[in-house]
Design a protein around this ligand. Structure first.
Ligand code: G4P
Length: 536
């Protein structure tokens, strides 16, 4: 196969949902169809989303890859599919956001009885920011679900995207009879015998065969279905692949992952509609996945995956070309040319050493401590950067103090490394060195993780002193203003981030505006400038 053919058959997507909507179950069924596993129940890690903090810490200590996002690859219908699994736990959300940056499309799993939930709303915002196609699977139709029109309305209202049902459920719960496929105009009947198999009997009856349909699903269900189809054909957005691929319209599918119903139909349609890797923006224009030689960016760093070796793995998304074993690449941010050491592919809990990989694939590389999230790798002869991964504004801040001042070096090293991984953000007083360290996090659980990891991985004990700040603004034009003489508010604190960029912390939500009013020419932004996507 040529490099072009290899790349064009790749489909890389992230699977997102609110915890418990059925993401793990659906992933497992995909793998079953792809022949990557032989029986249901072999994908590990779904329990992690449900663990209480204390349990979770224990898991975090062991650092199984099931805790954070893992990558699964399988082949189906000639396509090479990469699924980026995302942890459902709320406090892992930043990690999930980054994973979405590495995906070309997203599959959103929604529980039919619950509709759009908080976590989905948040994740969706990131997909929308990237304009990636989103495919919706409304799951658990074997349980009583909300009214179908209400579910679609919920998605449109909450997520601001148009919906186009590709198929339509006939009842739900005990009365679930199957789905109506709008394209082929057939009813695909549901029998609850398909659980755990990939064969599953699938019976299709044309809707035009009225007598047979009524015989199978009953007069009431038939009448309701016909009414709904009429309404749907008149009211719903027409299917438009162009809009789907721009993320403006989400195709919606219904089924039951647990009962293995509607899953293969969804997978087939998804592979037909989703795009292979497309060009990505860099500081030197668009980088075409096929025309360009190897390039990649780091979207995630995970330390201590193997406790015995204290290793750090940098996960990279290949954006163009082909990776070959032993290849030399340029790490743009450090300017170094190096060999990628033992790239791996991670399949659930297994790792395998890779000899080749293509644009669209994810590889894990041992990191001697040089990579940061968002870094670019390219061929030695080239020197461009992919646009950064946005850092989400922390909402909680704490002063971090070490208990034993003798361990200063380990403390600084630990804090730096954990910050490089993107688990926390670190700020310092604007004019001093590392004397005072302020950690900022999106979810408070990350503070516990920081404390725990510094103790277990770096043998450093810390005390956290919570600070009242809740709002953060980077100074967007530090070269144009006198940063040290900004006229502030009483609740303001001037600090700098790890890259020495100045920023302001505030207690009150109205203070940033007051500071803007008091300082002509000052520009503030909620995201650090170098990390910003144009359209945030
Ligand atoms: P998540 O990864 O999104 O968190 O969800 P997961 O797949 O773990 O599913 C959450 C629960 O919902 C599981 O039940 C799972 O069996 C169930 N489930 C998933 N899909 C369906 C479906 O289509 N229909 C029905 N009725 N249930 C579904 P659990 O009791 O928490 O786990 P288990 O004891 O069944 O393993």
């Amino acid at each position: 196969m040529t490099i072009r053919e290899e790349i064009e058959r790749r489909r890389t997507f992230a699977i997102i949902s609110h915890p418990d909507a059925g993401k793990t179950t659906l992933t497992e069924k995909f793998l079953l169809y792809g022949g990557a596993i032989n029986s249901a129940g072999s994908v590990k890690g779904k329990a992690t989303a449900k663990h209480a903090v204390s349990d979770w810490m224990e898991i975090e200590k062991q650092r199984g890859i099931s805790v954070t996002s893992s990558v699964l690859q399988f082949t189906y219908g000639g396509c090479c599919v990469n699924i980026l699994d995302t942890p459902g736990h709320q406090d892992f959300s930043e990690d999930t956001y980054r994973t979405l940056m590495a995906a070309d499309s997203a599959v959103m799993v929604i529980d039919g009885s619950k509709g759009v939930e908080a976590q989905t709303r948040k994740l969706f915002k990131v997909c929308a920011m990237r304009h990636i196609p989103i495919f919706t699977f409304i799951n658990k139709m074997d349980r009583d679900a909300k009214d179908t029109f209400d579910l679609l309305d919920d998605i449109e209202q909450n997520l601001g995207v148009f919906t186009c049902p590709v198929n339509w459920p006939i009842g739900s719960g005990k009365d679930f009879k199957g789905i109506y496929d709008r394209d082929s105009k057939e009813v695909i009947q549901y029998f609850d015998t398909q659980k755990g198999t990939k064969e599953g009997t699938e019976t299709r009856v044309p809707i035009a065969d009225t007598e047979k349909i009524i015989g199978e699903i009953g007069q009431d269900a038939y009448d309701k279905l016909m009414g709904e189809i009429e309404l749907l054909d008149g009211a719903s957005e027409a299917f438009d692949l162009g809009k789907v691929q721009k993320g403006e319209l989400t195709p919606v599918f219904f089924g039951s992952a647990l009962q293995n119903f509607g899953v293969e139909i969804f997978l087939q349609a998804f592979l037909r509609m989703a795009l292979p890797p497309t060009a990505r923006r860099s500081d030197q224009g668009l980088i075409d996945p096929v025309e360009h030689d190897f390039s990649a960016f780091v979207f995630k760093i995970q330390a201590n995956m193997n406790k015995a070796h204290r290793d750090r793995v940098a996960f990279m998304r290949i954006c163009s070309g082909k990776y070959e074993a032993g290849m030399e690449v340029r790490h743009v941010q450090s300017g170094r040319v190096q060999r990628l050491s033992q790239p791996q592919q991670l399949m659930a809990d297994d790792r395998k050493i890779l000899t080749e990989a293509y644009a669209g694939d994810i590889i894990g590389v041992f990191d001697p401590g040089i990579y940061s999230i968002g870094d670019t790798l390219c061929m030695p002869k080239e020197n461009f950067r992919y646009e950064g991964i946005p850092t989400f504004a922390p909402e909680h801040f704490a002063r971090v103090k070490q208990v034993d001042t003798m361990k200063r070096d380990q403390f600084v090293k630990g804090i730096r490394q954990i910050a490089q991984e993107g688990a926390i953000q670190v700020f310092q007083e604007y004019n001093t060195g590392m004397e005072e360290i302020i950690a900022g996090v999106v979810g408070v659980l990350q503070f516990d993780v920081l404390q725990f990891r510094l103790k277990s991985e770096y043998n450093v004990e810390i005390k956290l002193e919570m600070l009242p700040y809740e709002h953060i603004r980077w100074i967007a034009n530090p070269e144009e203003v006198d940063v040290e003489h900004i006229v502030g508010t009483t609740d303001m604190k001037l600090v700098k981030d790890m890259k020495d960029r100045p920023l302001l912390l505030f207690i009150n939500p109205w203070s940033p505006q007051m500071v803007l009013d008091r300082n002509k020419g000052l520009e503030l932004t909620e995201f650090s400038k170098n990390n910003t996507f144009e359209n945030i």
